[in-house]
Design a protein around this ligand. Structure first.
Ligand code: SAM
Ligand code: SF4
Length: 487
């Protein structure tokens, strides 16, 4: 029998992988009778899904853990667990800095969370479950120690039931010199396409309309069947495309060198494939890219951008940048500014370099760019990017776009009651805000863009009729038609 009174709180820091890990961990504990609560102090089990990509993310978790120390002292039966990247990378440090933590569970061991929670409750002895370090054994044993965590999905755990992440690949083998991910998430492994298809079908049966396929270098997805057959990302997308009620298929994050023509052709030809590619370049300077060990030059990145735009007309492309990487001179940074001016990314995520113990860059190169310089470069790059965003957004004014409605925008309730500012996304991943209604959530509809800011398009829903005093949106054409949406 389930004990309905057991409560669970989870805090998630970091990327989409972590959001998905939390969703799955919560789902597996709910099956043991746990209910999610929104205050850590109201929970029997308090979990943190952690991120190690930048120091700031780790400090955020340590602060939250520190704040919980008095609560744990007063309530010794509460179970506190640290899950994910920080757990895998820094188990000793977690034990030292937060001795009141009861569970430390790495990214490759999350399936064990329910069992470990029960063990802590039974024995009051701290539990640790970690995969092997990258140099702690042969490739096979290290790989086997990172298990892909893919339990049955629980629609109620997602922000909306009609959008879902699907992990198609775990780990990373690129070893960019600044990055902890190959350590925290282990060797690259692609999941079996049949399992992914089954997961997407289940999601579709539960009302999911948009799947986002996730992997650290998602476009290097390849599953070898062992009989000479190989399933590539393009093959996988076309199989998912056959699932009737899935309307949109996205995938993130792409590695520039692995952007193959078969994938671009699939994005162009398959109407449900979102015309949006996130392909981080990190820097506009060859010398910096070399020190980062990114495996491409700016010329080859430019060639890739050209190929993406030639093969997928109208495609939107976004990037990540690290500013203030070791040895980044003003001249190197100037080249990054030039690239952003020229490349016209839809948007860019810009990060100040954060040296990460255990990475090659931390061993080899001094973190020699002062914090104020990193900040200034971050702001300068952001300004150029924002100007590009505004130009791009303004060029869309007057166009009709197809929007999948995600939910109310942060602006919240407006007059008259019931009519709200809603937010949705186009097939090129542009955000559109418009006056609508909660019941439009999950619907795909047409909106006419009337205004633009650097961050948002503002639109009017193209209405079909007014029924019962409410706004009835005219739904967009079915997305199965061939060709690009008008954006
Ligand atoms: N796999 C993806 C790729 O190669 O583009 C990115 C994964 S990483 C979790 C997300 C972003 O964090 C990277 O693209 C990079 O810009 C940034 N990042 C990674 N390590 C960093 C570091 N040490 N300091 C600052 N930013 C970092
Ligand atoms: Fe990190 Fe590079 Fe792998 Fe991306 S490709 S996860 S930046 S090592």
């Amino acid at each position: 029998m389930h004990d309905r009174t057991k409560t669970l709180f989870i805090e998630t820091v970091g990327c989409q992988m972590n959001v998905l890990d939390s969703e799955l961990v919560v789902g597996s504990l709910r099956r043991q009778g746990y209910e999610l609560v929104h205050e850590p102090t109201a929970a029997d089990v308090i979990l943190f899904t952690t991120c190690s990509v930048r120091e700031h993310a780790e400090e955020k978790t340590y602060s939250a853990l520190g704040r919980l120390a008095p609560h744990k002292k007063a309530n010794p039966d509460t179970v506190i667990g640290v899950l994910g990247c920080m757990a895998q990378k820094d188990q000793e440090e977690v034990r030292r800095r937060a001795p009141h933590v009861d569970m430390v569970v790495g990214t490759g061991q999350l399936a064990r969370v329910p069992e470990l929670v029960a063990e802590v409750q039974r024995t009051r002895v701290p539990q640790y479950a970690l995969s092997l370090g990258r140099s702690d054994g042969g490739k096979q044993s290290v790989t086997a120690s990172f298990e892909s965590f893919d339990p049955p999905r629980d629609a109620s755990m997602r922000p909306t039931p009609f959008q879902a992440f699907v992990r198609i690949q775990i780990g990373c083998d690129k070893f960019c010199t600044y990055c902890v991910v190959p350590t925290t998430r282990g060797p690259e492994q692609s999941r079996h396409p049949d399992h992914l298809l089954a997961e997407c079908r289940q999601l579709a049966n539960e009302g999911c309309k948009e799947v986002t396929l996730i992997g650290q270098t998602v476009n290097s997805y390849a599953f070898d069947h062992g009989d000479g057959r190989r399933t590539r990302l393009s093959d996988l997308i076309s199989r998912i495309h056959d699932i009737e009620s899935i309307e949109r298929i996205k995938f993130v994050t792409n590695f520039p060198k692995d952007m193959t023509n078969d994938l671009l052709d699939a994005v162009r030809e398959l109407p449900k494939a979102v015309k949006y590619l996130h392909v981080p370049v990190q820097s506009g300077c060859d010398e910096v890219l070399k020190r980062m060990k990114r495996q491409y030059s700016i010329d080859s990145y430019r060639e890739m951008l050209y190929r993406c735009r030639e093969r997928v007309p109208g495609v939107a492309i976004s990037s990540d940048f690290i500013v203030g990487f070791c040895g980044e001179s003003e001249e190197s940074f100037g080249k990054t500014m030039d690239l952003v001016r020229e490349a016209k990314f839809k948007n860019s995520f810009i990060f100040k370099y954060s040296t990460r113990p255990g990475t090659k860059a931390d061993d080899l190169y001094p973190d020699d760019i002062p914090e104020e310089v990193k900040k200034r470069r971050n702001n300068d790059l952001l300004q150029v990017q924002n100007a590009n965003c505004l130009e791009d957004h303004k060029s869309r004014i007057g166009h009709t776009v197809e929007v999948l409605v995600e939910g109310p925008s942060k602006v919240g309730e407006r007059q008259p009651p019931g009519l709200r500012q809603m937010i949705g996304r186009t097939m090129t991943d542009h955000i559109v805000v418009f006056d609508g209604h909660d019941r439009l959530v999950g619907r795909t509809l047409s909106a006419r863009v009337k205004e633009a800011s650097p961050f948002t398009l503002f639109g009017d829903v193209e209405t079909g009729e007014i029924a019962g005093g409410g706004l009835v949106a005219r739904e967009a054409e079915p997305v199965r038609r061939v060709g690009l949406p008008l954006v």
